[in-house]
Design a protein around this ligand. Structure first.
Ligand SMILES: Nc1ncnc2c1ncn2[C@@H]1O[C@H](COP(=O)(O)OP(=O)(O)OP(=O)(O)O)[C@@H](O)[C@H]1O
Length: 281
């Protein structure tokens, strides 16, 4: 049984088709990145998996159960895009309160330490900065030792060190066997964390593969060289072998040739630009 199973799911909002016959399976212990431009349907998909919404067609299963069944949700951790924290409660009180709903919560001190929040335990949440609130929200999603965690843009608004600390916490959770489905606008975040990437646009899945396979199968290579005038040039080409052969046979002077595969950003741009024609499944 998979951690998350989405089969043939369609969800509309009035005339907008937010998800159009989407199928997706996430196995236990996987860390999957959900990528897509604004309005692609990522948050809608997470809201169906968490049981906050119902699909118009198709089926969603969380640990084999309907996610609207409260028993399925006891094993779920969730950080939505916007989190409402009770402004007058102190950080430590919020963690104690949320942890109190679970049979075996992570001890509050341990959790605050892991998320670099130990100095803020006595602060009212209303006085926290945006980044500190974000860290607390992700920490709260893990307090009940969930089997599956859904993170909607977990590090939006965080500075570089805040993001790195949060990535470490997500990696530690995953290393302990946890399943993660996360959305992100930061391609480097997905590249840094996810083993598998699902690209979604206009409510359909354009690609679902390992990060390495997506990068390999997108036929873009970045070729850099310094020309005879000492100017550094960069070319995005489909066939770098042919490009280099032509370069050599044309007698063009060049030095410091460098060739590397596409970045996730380039792969993503290509997939979204070509829509279903370029679909990789
Ligand atoms: N409650 C709603 N009422 C009407 N339309 C909605 C509602 N929620 C989502 N939509 C629409 O459904 C589509 C998918 O939205 P969704 O929030 O799932 O996208 P997203 O990929 O999460 O985008 P973003 O990256 O901007 O968060 C969009 O066109 C959005 O406007």
């Amino acid at each position: 049984m998979s951690a998350v199973e989405v089969s043939g799911v369609t969800r509309r909002f009035g005339t907008v088709v937010a998800l159009d016959d989407v199928s997706l399976e996430v196995g236990h212990g996987e860390l999957v990145g959900l990528l897509g431009p604004n309005g692609a349907g990522k948050s809608t998909l997470l809201s169906l998996v968490s049981g906050q919404r119902r699909p118009d067609a198709g089926e969603v299963r969380l640990d084999g159960r309907d996610p609207r069944d409260p028993r399925a949700r006891t094993t779920l951790g969730l950080t939505p895009q916007e989190t409402g924290l009770p402004a007058t409660l102190r950080v430590r009180e919020v963690v104690d309160f949320v942890g109190g709903h679970y049979p075996d919560p992570v001890p509050t001190g341990e959790l605050l330490d892991q998320f670099g929040l130990d100095d803020l335990g006595k602060r009212q949440t209303g006085s926290l900065s945006g980044g500190q609130k974000r860290r607390l929200a992700v920490a709260l999603s893990l307090v009940g030792r969930p089997r599956v965690v859904l993170l909607d843009e977990p590090t939006t608004g965080l500075d570089v060190s805040g993001r790195a600390a949060l990535w470490d916490a997500i990696r530690a959770y995953h290393a302990s066997g946890g399943t993660v489905l996360l959305t992100s606008h930061y391609l480097e975040e997905v590249q840094a964390l996810a083993e598998r990437v699902v690209v979604i646009d206009h409510g359909t899945v354009l690609a679902d593969d390992s990060l390495a396979a997506i990068l390999r199968r997108v036929g873009v290579r970045r070729v850099q060289l310094t020309d005879g005038d000492g100017v550094r040039q960069e070319h995005l080409v489909a066939d770098s072998d042919a490009f280099v052969r032509d370069l050599v046979t044309s007698g063009t002077r060049f030095s410091d040739l460098e060739i590397r595969g596409a970045s996730l950003e380039e792969a993503f741009g290509q997939l979204v630009a070509h829509g279903n024609e370029g679909a990789l499944r």
